[in-house]
Design a protein around this ligand. Structure first.
Ligand code: UDX
Length: 469
């Protein structure tokens, strides 16, 4: 680990004549959009590019095409001061940038666990022939190990031979709902480049992060490494976080049969600094646009490279995660006095209210949301399911129009025979069990995130069921 020891103003390494490298972010979704605004905030001149013209139009007008806490203010401010611009013209991107960050999506391929690199391929294929001066193209997207070398080959094939374009890599570790802070104040910066010149330019492109840290009297660890390691850090980290969550969820099952309380167990375990408290919250498991797909893509890449056996445990991690969802449906049947017969749980005609649609609180993202998957499973067992979420209803409705949604909490819970708290929004953590008891048909609650105080709810006359407590 090295702390910041970065080059001074990098005029010598820039062909644009600018004092600081000019940065472009290719793909301005939740990743590139956040980076673009934050790096403008750090003082860089930034150009954002996307093939989605609607996204570019919104950003250019200082509006948000998606929700991320605190991002709107940064976008408006930096669009207004002129440091942050957006374009749908790749030639403008090529002419502007000293450092081009690839921030396109890498979803799972249809019917496969492997990552789909077609957006990356199309971004590189569009940009490479347009590059007319020396620059670096930096991968930020989450990719299978080996991608950086492939991108360099593509660029070598497609760009002018007299223009030196070098690939570099620097993974990101953004958490939705905390992404602005994760970019401005990262817990580490990982850089990989193949020449001294590219390495110096890459460091100059991250210098603002280290300057802010120095101003705030913080250290940002810097890891300089090779391509393969830089590519692996992200997926390995996400797989490790998934493993922690599935581990504690397996312990929750054990607590259920042994009569323990998994929240106390996790608290007691976490005081060991080698274990730590974070990502040990048992519940209905992990979802979102990253953890599930990265776990599957890492396992798939391991198989391709002949080490599938060593990574076999990753499929167990996923199985444990998905088994949470069937467990909740089973518990719902148990709590409402229904059958859990040989054909699975039976919920016909039961009124169930699901609180939460997003994959976690403080976002409107419903990608791979455990809450919505459980709602759909309960519905297919015959339950009448009504969903309420403070921020995710529009996205949920667009994706699953067949489900029933309520406009507000009181409408959602009216007449419910079972409440299932499946996303731990602050609004749900502070529900008043006594007041709520007046609205529901039966005071029963399944706390899928262990977010409530069981005693409080029991005292108010509710049947309370948590996950492993
Ligand atoms: C994750 C990684 O944390 C981040 O570093 C990476 O860059 C992208 O993927 P994100 O998808 O925003 O970030 O969500 P995260 O906060 O990690 O939560 C993922 C899922 O795990 C959520 O569904 C959350 O509810 C669940 N979770 C998290 C648990 O079930 N228990 C925990 O203890 C923590």
């Amino acid at each position: 680990m090295r702390s910041a020891n970065l080059p001074n103003e990098s005029e010598s390494i820039l062909t644009s004549g600018a004092a600081r490298p000019r940065l472009t972010f290719i793909g301005v979704g939740p990743l590139g959009g956040t980076y673009a605004a934050c790096y403008a905030e750090l003082g860089y001149e930034v150009l954002g590019y996307d093939v989605d013209a609607g996204r570019i139009e919104k950003f250019a007008a200082g509006e948000m095409p998606f929700y991320e806490r605190g991002l709107d203010t940064l976008v408006r401010k930096n669009v207004d001061n002129g440091r942050l611009r957006f374009t749908a013209d790749p030639a403008e991107v090529a002419a502007f940038g000293d450092v081009h960050f690839l921030c396109v999506g890498t979803p799972s391929r249809p019917n496969s666990d492997s990552a789909d690199l077609s957006y990356m391929e199309s971004a590189v294929t569009t940009l490479a022939p347009l590059l007319k001066r020396r620059c670096i193209v930096v991968g930020k997207s989450t990719v299978p190990v080996g991608t950086a070398a492939w991108v360099q080959q593509l660029i070598d094939k497609l760009s002018d031979t007299d223009v030196q374009v070098e690939v570099a890599w620097s993974p990101e570790f953004l958490q939705e709902a905390n992404a602005v802070d994760d970019v401005l104040r990262p817990n580490r910066v990982v850089l990989a480049a193949q020449s001294d010149w590219a390495s110096e330019l890459l460091q100059a492109a991250h210098k603002g992060v280290f300057e802010l840290a120095a101003m705030e009297d913080r250290e940002v660890p810097l890891v300089i490494t090779d391509f393969a390691t830089a590519e692996l850090v992200k997926v390995a980290s996400n797989a490790f976080l998934s493993t922690k969550i599935s581990f504690i969820n397996a312990m929750a099952d054990l607590c259920d049969v042994a009569g323990g309380d998994v929240t106390d167990l996790a608290r007691a375990m976490g005081y060991d600094a080698r274990i730590g408290h974070r990502f040990l919250r048992a519940g209905i498991g992990f979802g979102g646009g990253c953890l599930p797909k990265d776990l599957r893509a890492l396992a798939a890449r391991g198989r391709e490279l002949g080490v599938g056996e060593s990574l076999r445990f990753l499929s167990e991690i996923e199985d444990i995660n998905l088994s949470r969802r069937t467990k909740v449906v089973r518990l719902a049947a148990e709590l409402t006095g229904r059958e859990n017969g040989p054909n699975g749980p039976e919920l016909s005609g039961v009124n169930i209210t699901v609180l939460g649609a997003t994959f976690k609180p403080d976002t409107d993202d419903i990608r791979d949301s455990p809450a919505l998957d459980i709602a759909r499973r309960m519905r297919s067992e015959g339950a009448t399911v009504t969903i309420y979420d403070p921020m995710g209803l529009d996205n949920a409705r667009a994706r699953y129009p067949e489900l029933r949604y309520a406009h507000n909490l009181s409408e959602a819970v009216e007449g419910a025979e079972l409440l299932c708290l499946l996303t731990e929004w602050e609004e749900f953590r502070h529900l008043d069990p006594a007041a709520l008891g007046e609205l529901v048909a039966q005071p029963r609650i399944l706390d899928g995130r262990n977010a409530l105080d069981p005693q409080l709810w029991k005292n108010a006359g509710w049947t309370y069921r948590g996950m492993g407590r």
